[in-house]
Structure formats: C-alpha cells, structure tokens
Design a protein around this ligand. Structure first.
Ligand code: NAD
Ligand code: GLY
Length: 366
C-alpha cells in the first residue's frame, strides 16, 4: 500500500538555493512519487551497509531505476568503528571503478554512520556530487540526515575529518524502523529528548506522556516526533548552517558523550547512549552553575531512563573525560565549551572550571 499525501509530512530546510525537503511517512520506499525530481544523471550509487542493504537496497534500487540508467550498490561493513578513511575509500573505489562522472548521485541508505560517510564522500568526489539521505534509524531520521554535517572519525577524535555539505533531499520511511533493534531505537530517542531542553519545553511534556507508545513504535507517534525534531533542527540549521554560534546547541550532552565514545573506543557505547549519559552530566553542570532550576536534571534523567538509556557514564575517570573533551570541536584554545540549559527550552554555550566539571562527571559515573 502506498501512502496518501495526507499521511506524509514535509519539512523544509531553508538554505536559499540549497534548500531541500525532508519527507516523513510510512511507505516512502515503496512509492515512486517521492523519488521524482531528483538530480538527473546517468549513474546512481547506493551506499549502504551489510545489515541494512540486504533488507532495503533492492527496494531502493527499484525506485531509482526509472531515473538512472546505471544503479550501483556498495555495501560497507557495519559499525561506528568503520567510520574511517579506509572504509570511506571503498566508496571512492566503487565510484571510480564504475566510471561514475561528476553528475553521479549518491544515496545514503542506512543510519548516521552510512549517512555521514556518504555525505563526506559526495562532498569530496570530483569536488562535489549531489547526494540524497535515506535514513533508516530513528537517530538518523530525527537528526543526522538533516543539516549537512558529514564526517569520519579519527582515532584521536570523533567526527574530526569532514565537511558541511547539504543533501538534495531527505526521505524518511517510517516502515524501516520496524526492523531496528530496540537498543538502536532507544539511542535515537536520546537525540529526540535533546530537543526538549534546548528548544521546546512542550516537547518534554509530550515525551513524558508518550514515551511508552514511542518505544512500542506506534507509527502516528513516531511520525509526530520525527516531524517536530526535524522542524527544530531545520530551523536551527537555517539560522546557522556552519555553526557560527546557535547550531552548537544541537550538541547538548555531546561534549561529555564524545568523551565516552572516544574513551571507551568508538562503537562500544552507541552514540545515542553516550549522549544520554552526557545530557545528565551537562544538566548537572547547568544546575551547579546556577543556570537552570534545581530539579531539571532529575526530570531529564527520569525521562532518559524511561527511554531505555543509561543515565550514568562509564567510570573512565574525570581526567580521561577532560582529556577527550579538549579535542571537542567546540573547544577554543583548549577551553572546553559546554551546551548548558538556562531554563527548560533554552540553551547557552559556556565554559566551566575543570574542578566543577570533574565533580559533575564523578557524580554521574557508574
Ligand atoms: P548506525 O548508523 O551505526 O546505525 C545503528 C545500527 O542499526 C547499525 O548496526 C545499522 O546497521 C543498523 N540499522 C540501521 N537501520 C536499520 C534498520 N532499519 N533495521 C535494522 N538495522 C538497522 O547509528 P546511528 O545511531 O543511526 O547514527 C550514529 C552516527 O550518526 C554516529 O556516527 C554519529 O556521530 C552520527 N551523527 C551525525 C549527526 C550529524 O549531524 N551528521 C548527528 C548525530 C549523529
Ligand atoms: N547533530 C549536531 C548538528 O547537526 O549540528
């Protein structure tokens, strides 16, 4: 069954002549209507991974064959630990090996890892070819597929090598979430929860009311929360595409979270899990600095726990956290800058004394 127009949401990322649509609905991968009007070319390259490809690549290929004469699929090994140079090179090997020219359109079919790598490959190949995001995890549908941040990891830091490069379209099929493991669904909920404290107090109330339904994957709830998340992200990206200031608020919890990911080794904790524990630490820091009212950290922590996410970080030691946090992209001259909450729904960027940060880490490590 294909979706009726009223069953699909559209959100626009307004960036002048680089503006694009985010399409959100069930059955998007099954309906040619959503795949018309894409950049024209002879070649299309679907980038996916060894988990997602066997489930969805054939369906995507079917959608693309009416537009592109040559549709190639390249499947990468699955995992954050493969978000690196040598795996990225496999995309370039496939592009060059198939004689793909500079009009070739790349399609990122998968979660944030595939999306970030495909976007970076598109930014680099022949100095830039178009790409389309087809996100298949909740995390990628509410966050990573939107806004044009593309990257790979470096052993010394997360997402350190990359480019700002916007997709031509984002196509979110809610049906793909049916095959997502529960742990991954929860990881996506971390990036949803983040939008409440930084931008939308009402979303926090809504999530408290509907968390169980979301975890049961009720499609109307998923659609509603993906649309609201994309609206917030689109608004922030439209105002500050290259993170001159405002966009940094989207990294609430990420400074601590990236330290968890890098400290444990990429892939041990999921990105969303690390962000979840990181948000609790950042909320604690907000309270201790007197920015946010006492009680917000507990409220956030309760919601995070109900999403099936960790509220305590791994005990790496505060010094190890701080060492990784100094490599964060928001750091300036070794000064770590945190996204902190100044009242529910409003975030600010601040530095804080190391000793206080260490206390917040120690208070929330298992
Ligand atoms: P992921 O891409 O690793 O996907 C999670 C797991 O789910 C993988 O094993 C994947 O193969 C599997 N999977 C994906 N879709 C599936 C489906 N429909 N059914 C069954 N299995 C499926 O992880 P993620 O959480 O989607 O993304 C995390 C990455 O996104 C991190 O690298 C993070 O840095 C990045 N990120 C980027 C941005 C951005 O703005 N660019 C924002 C947030 C996160
Ligand atoms: N996920 C952070 C950003 O897109 O800016």
């Amino acid at each position: 069954m294909t979706p009726a127009a009223q069953d699909v949401d559209h959100v626009t990322v307004a960036l002048g002549d680089r503006s694009y649509e985010i399409v959100i609905g069930a059955g998007v991968l099954a309906d040619d209507a959503f795949w018309r009007g894409l950049p024209s070319a002879r070649h299309a390259l679907i980038v996916t991974n060894d988990t997602v490809g066997p489930i969805y690549a054939a369906q995507l290929r079917q959608r693309l064959e009416s537009t592109y004469a040559d549709v190639v699929v390249v499947s990468l090994p699955d995992g954050e630990s493969f978000k690196d140079w040598s795996t990225l090179n496999r995309i370039f090997d496939a592009l060059l090996g198939h004689g793909c020219d500079r009009k070739t359109v790349l399609f990122a079919l998968g979660g944030g890892v595939v999306g970030d790598m495909t976007g970076f490959a598109a930014a680099c190949y022949m100095r830039g070819v178009p790409f389309v995001q087809v996100p298949t995890t909740l995390l990628s549908q509410v966050d990573s597929s939107v806004g044009g941040k593309t990257a790979i990891n470096h052993p010394l830091g997360k997402n350190m090598i990359g480019a700002f490069y916007q997709p031509a379209r984002v196509l979110c099929d809610l049906d793909t979430l049916a095959s997502l493991p529960d742990r991954e669904l929860s990881a996506g909920l971390a990036e949803v929860i983040k939008y409440g404290p930084i931008a939308d107090a009402g979303l926090m109330d809504w999530l408290e009311e509907h968390m169980e339904g979301l975890r049961r994957r009720e499609t109307p709830l998923l659609r509603q929360v993906i649309r609201r998340s994309c609206e917030i992200k689109a608004q922030v990206v439209g105002a500050d595409e290259r993170e001159g200031g405002l966009r940094a608020i989207l990294n609430f919890g990420h400074t601590f979270g990236h330290a968890i990911e890098a400290g444990l080794g990429f892939g041990v904790w999921l990105h969303g899990e690390a962000v979840a524990a990181g948000m609790v630490m950042a909320a604690e820091l907000s309270e201790r600095l007197g920015l946010s009212p006492v009680g917000l950290r507990q409220r956030l922590s309760d919601l995070i726990a109900r999403a099936g996410l960790p509220v305590r970080g791994p005990r790496l030691g505060a010094a190890e956290y701080l060492r990784h946090m100094r490599v964060d992209k928001k750091a300036e001259g070794g000064d770590i800058r945190f996204v902190l909450i100044e009242g529910l729904g409003h975030a600010v960027l601040r530095s804080a004394p190391d000793a206080l940060v260490a206390e917040c880490i120690d208070a929330h490590c298992a």
